[in-house]
Design a protein around this ligand. Sequence first.
Ligand code: BT5
Length: 278
Amino acid sequence: MSDLKTESLEKIVRASALDIAQVQETLSANIFGNPLHYFHEINSTNTHLRELAESGAPQGIVVVAETQTQGRGRLGRRWESPGFANLYLSILLRPKLSPAHAAQITLVAAVALADVVDTYVPGRAAIKWPNDILVGGKKLAGILTEASCDAERVHYVILGIGVNLNYPVAAMPDEIRGRATSLIEVTGAAVSRESFLLRLIQGVERCYGELEQAGFDALAPRWESYFAWRGKRVRVELLDQVTTGTAQGIDRDGALIVMDDGGVAQRIVAGDVIPLEN
Ligand code: BT5
């Protein structure tokens, strides 16, 4: 009896797990996703990839997990990572950027991610500086970039992405239910996770290639086209520091420019942006 139960459980897991062989096969000619390490469960794809990076793994290596027991956001916040519904992945980058420009990676990844989301919900994907993708004002995806640098150069960047695909709002914990969304919620239909994953890895490879070839100026207009809050009043919070003013856009290094209430342009390099108007 218990064998039967185990067998049917395995069938269910197999049926709902990513067809990772198909993804690996399609990426075989790419740099990103070659190799692609896949786990049913992991602590955090970023943590695992950092260990691989420290032991010399090449640029483009990807870690994907069905669920994370310690999925992280910024400042040690938790990233809800239920199994077999969404995507949790990390990509290793070894950019030729100075540490001052490392923040551009988050913005470039946001463009690649917004491009993919936008194909499912045309005209509705928005970027919330620096690292969220919103649809209908709710968070659909987040990006966590963790860099290892010295004074002169970036050794590597771990680009971590979490996207809610087939995650019904009703299944979300109270802490995020009012503020988060997923593609199934917005479109009313389940999404092929393989297809999203492929487009995302290929999109990040393309956008990152553009950054390396042509610099951030080439991508900035696309980032701006997804930026929903230009000219709108925002509050920016970083630990106990609060700035209130009007969002202007980003500068060449990816910092957010906010014209504060005293008429001074403030350059924001980190923090949480809270919109004060719709
Ligand atoms: C982020 O942080 O948005 C970055 C999230 C990155 C997650 C990926 S998954 C793969 C890789 N491995 C990891 O361990 N992490 C990366 P932040 O801006 O600090 O937002 C965190 C906040 O988002 C939380 O405090 C919640 O309010 C909310 N949140 C948590 N889980 C969510 C989810 N699944 N969907 C939407 N919002 C969520």
